[in-house]
Design a protein around this ligand. Structure first.
Ligand code: E4P
Length: 278
């Protein structure tokens, strides 16, 4: 705007007011847009921190001491770890140490091996011995007052623990306080006696999230594939599944029918054509 124009502008009140209104409108618009930008950036940062928290994906452990099953599942490329217990070891007919040594040579992930002493002194002694087998050994400790003492001692020594035979959120709170690396709620055994095993898992996950407890939840005593789906929906970190459940998870009748139909149709494709591309 040159001098003359400016002078004429000043002398024309209606144009000046119009200009002022424009400026005010502009200011409002800027405020509005900057509010929107703030809200979008807040939403983005929330989404980002949520995704940061969710970074850890569901892990699948195999609940067995049978090395043949372990080798098979391992070959599928989806296995993250193993849980054993005295019953599972006894089913193999092999010695405990021999079994565990072979398992750690197959799977590079947490391998739970259970102590059988009932007093803390005995548990700690067994745990120290077992943990020398391999760095991936996790000591399974039953949840009792002696078990809590043991978990505390082992966590101070840097030995990982899996608090086993968990049947209530209260037990899960105590083992998290004691420093357990993992807790294993046994959902199938709760369902067996008419309780809602999965509700216990939901409660534990919620409590741990509320307080950012570092103990990871292993959903155990799984009986069927829907247990796995429900466990995953709770946000539990790990499911430990028997081999027969893992086999059922991969199977679907429509997949088999679909493969057969594709093979039948493929057989009708002229062979000369095929040779050109294979
Ligand atoms: C988990 O660590 C236990 O070994 C297992 O899940 C127990 O399952 P069960 O109730 O089928 O014996």
């Amino acid at each position: 705007m040159n001098f003359d124009e400016e002078e004429s502008f000043k002398k024309t009140p209606s144009r000046r007011i119009e200009k002022e209104i424009d400026v005010e409108l502009l200011k409002d618009k800027i405020k509005e847009v900057s509010k929107k930008v703030d809200s979008i950036s807040e939403q983005l940062s929330n989404a980002f921190s949520k995704s940061e928290k969710k970074k850890e994906r569901l892990k699948i452990f195999l609940d067995t001491a049978d090395v043949e099953q372990i080798r098979k599942a391992h070959s599928w490329g989806i296995l993250d770890g193993i849980t054993t217990n005295p019953t599972l070891v006894s089913r193999t007919g092999r010695g405990f140490r021999e079994c565990i040594e072979e398992i750690v040579s197959i799977v590079d992930g947490p391998i739970s091996a259970e102590v059988v002493s009932l007093d803390s002194k005995g548990m700690v002694k067994e745990a120290r011995g077992l943990s020398k087998i391999h760095k991936n050994i996790v000591i399974k400790v039953p949840i009792t007052p002696e078990g809590l003492k043991t978990i505390k001692i082992l966590s101070q020594e840097g030995i990982k623990t899996n608090a086993t035979l968990c049947f209530s959120p209260n037990q899960a709170i105590l083992v998290a306080k004691a420093g357990a690396s993992y807790v294993s709620p046994f959902i199938g055994r709760l369902d067996d006696i008419g309780h809602d095993g999965m509700q216990v898992v939901r409660d534990i996950v919620k409590i741990y999230n509320n307080y950012d407890f570092e103990t990871k939840v292993i959903v155990a005593s799984i009986r069927h594939p829907m247990h796995v789906v429900e466990a995953a929906k709770t946000g539990a970190h790990i499911v430990t599944v028997p081999f027969n459940v893992l086999e059922k998870m991969v199977k679907h009748a429509l997949t088999d029918v679909g493969i057969q139909r594709f093979l039948d149709d493929w057989a009708k494709v002229p062979k000369g054509e095929l040779k050109k591309y294979l």
